[in-house]
Design a protein around this ligand. Structure first.
Ligand code: DGL
Length: 289
């Protein structure tokens, strides 16, 4: 099994792309709906919840876990990979959604000697919409800047958007919020449209059309699901020991720390197909509230 983790429904946008690009892999999804949203929490709490979720997925038989949550990945993926994983599960792996996006936007492979990646192209401005916490970590700014300093990165936090999406707010409410964040971004940019926009939260592809509508025409809107799926495909080719492909296609399994019936109803709407969640106790994830 390949585990896919998010604080709630957002990772379903990634899972959908993973199943499309890798239909024979076995996926197990865990949404920590009982603790969502992560984006306004303290870093240590986000880290503890993430570690607990990964441990839970390992306990279900996953040997590879994809953190389909920028907030979790930006906060603690490196620390988790460098300290917790080698100590507790040296033969398992955890990867995220931030690395594939940084590679895609800069054209520089993550492991490249980044001195060779300097000033490769024309100056560009890339804007990132993300949770408040992802913005605070500065992870996108730092990692893009190291690889492609010709890119100016401008960040805009969208603090209530995940909560609105998780609550299945009416489209008019979502549209208003997206318009407000887009206007704040354009104010930061003094009205000059960016060359591209990254939806740096896996919940946001669910309102990608609203972002496209709110931004000036012609701005490219990049979201993570397909980029992550292509990256996982390449990863499995490099690391066949984590390949879980069976002879036939098997639907993913779904777990939540929230109310399974409610989560399943909303998930079907977001995922585009039935997604029947089973509950695991929220207290199982590190006892954080
Ligand atoms: N989908 C998560 C992300 O990519 C949302 C985080 C949250 O729960 O605030 O950042």
């Amino acid at each position: 099994m390949i585990g896919v983790f998010d604080s709630g429904h957002g990772g379903l946008t990634v899972l959908q792309a993973l199943t499309r690009h890798l239909p024979r892999q076995r996926f197990l999804y865990l949404g920590d709906h009982g603790h969502a949203p992560y984006g306004n929490r303290e870093p240590e709490e986000i880290y503890r919840l993430t570690v607990a979720a990964v441990e839970r997925l390992f306990g279900q038989g996953c040997r590879l876990v994809v953190l389909a949550c920028n907030t979790a990945a930006a906060t603690g993926l490196r620390r988790l990979q460098q300290t917790w994983l080698p100590q507790h599960f040296p033969d398992r792996r955890v990867i995220g959604v931030l690395v594939p996006m940084v590679e895609a936007i800069t054209g520089v492979p993550w492991m490249a000697d980044i001195r060779t990646g300097r000033h490769r192209g024309e100056p560009r401005t890339v804007a990132i919409f993300a949770t408040r916490h992802t913005v605070r970590t500065g992870a996108f700014v730092e990692e893009i800047g190291k690889r492609a300093p010709e890119i100016t990165v401008v960040q805009q936090a969208c603090p209530v958007l995940v909560t609105l999406i998780e609550r299945a707010a009416p489209e008019a409410v979502l549209r208003r919020a997206v318009r407000r964040y887009s206007a704040l971004l354009m104010r930061q940019l003094q009205g000059v449209p960016p060359d591209a926009v990254i939806l740096g939260c896996t919940h946001y592809p669910l309102v990608a059309d609203l972002f496209a509508e709110a931004l000036p025409p012609g701005v490219e809107v990049l979201s993570q699901p397909d980029i992550t799926a292509r990256s996982l495909k390449a990863y499995l080719q490099r690391h066949p020991e984590f390949d879980t492909a069976g002879g036939d296609e098997a639907p993913p399994e779904f777990f939540t720390t929230g109310d399974a019936a409610r989560v399943s109803t909303l998930a079907t709407r977001f995922y585009g197909r039935p997604a029947l969640f089973r509950a695991i106790g929220a207290e199982a994830l590190a006892g954080v509230r």
